[in-house]
Design a protein around this ligand. Sequence first.
Ligand code: SF4
Ligand code: FES
Length: 389
Amino acid sequence: MADEPKKLFKVTIDNITVEVEPGTTILMAARKIGGDVVPPAMCYYSKLQNSGGKCRTCLVRVAAGSTADPRPMPKLVASCRTNVMDGMIVENITSHAVLEARKGVVEFLLLNHPLDCPVCDQAGECDLQDLTYEHGSEGTRYEFRRRTFERIDLGPYIQLHMTRCILCYRCVYTADQVSKNREHGVLDRGDHSQIATFIQNNLDNEFIGNVIDVCPVGALTDRTFRFKNRVWFTKPVDAHRDCPTCKGKVRLWMRGDDVLRVTARKDQWGEVEDWICNECRFEKKKVTDWVVEGPTRVDRHSVISAGHYVNVVKPKETFTEVMGRKPKLLMDIHSISQVNTVDLNEIQGPATGKTFNGNPHAVGTNVTDVKEGKGRNKKGTDSTNPNTP
Ligand code: SF4
Ligand code: FES
């Protein structure tokens, strides 16, 4: 006997009807529709079991529970944790109450989150920044001191800046589910809650770098990239390599021929497609380590699209036509000249005053490259900005 076709549930979100399998959440049904109908999600992550239900940014109004029981739900519900019913009617951006509640949630998330976007490495790809622009209000009613924490080096590659953490638990689930050992979690309760590694254990599992990618804010950052560049000045390209540990499919963030950062590839919802290992992420920083596939498609709404360079139409170059030769570069600071007597390509680090005053091999310390150390980072050794909170 042929299998009976599966019964699908009809759900209407913001007046758009879609059919989904029983057991689908409202958020995933909305993602099936796509566009503005999709509620924002700061803690839910489809690749992580049990995620969601922490941040309340995905609140929606259920105007009718189902065909069988069309009563509205009494309160707004978290769409990432509420399953659809047949005939359910949901309001997201069409509900004033939802938009007001979301504004409140943003205000709540920003009670303790510092407004340090100008010095934060996550700026330009921060979910909280985007959420605040879209749903936040201009001011805050909060008058008290924000809670602050010292920065903590979680081993040589990752820095935790708890002051920015919104306690979404994504990194905890990642450490739990991607790596075999769970060595960190949320300790304490209320405004004392914090992500902590028990007795400062070093998170040295070979997949632990993925906590950086899942963090929606700048609380977990890549120490090999911190303060090296702003993401919108870099060019993302997709690349792969033969990796014995992971699939080796990554995104390279390049400036010229330099690979400044390696991350996992993310889908349209900003979620990692395949977890990548630490070696690919932190140790393969030469373009020759990779087979470059081509430029990453960047959503034009993203600030990263400022560096988008596919199908660029360049203005016609008339110099060659008129002068009959190619233009000459007047001064290349990297070439040796009467002005610059040092070959900057030859030296191993940043030039200093000494480099130009009799010691052409002298280099300064590039503080962004300081990687050793774990535990409390009182000096902020990998920050070029001493005022970074
Ligand atoms: S450190 Fe980042 S990923 Fe971890 S709980 Fe805090 S905000 Fe979430
Ligand atoms: S995404 Fe649903 S509660 Fe955080």
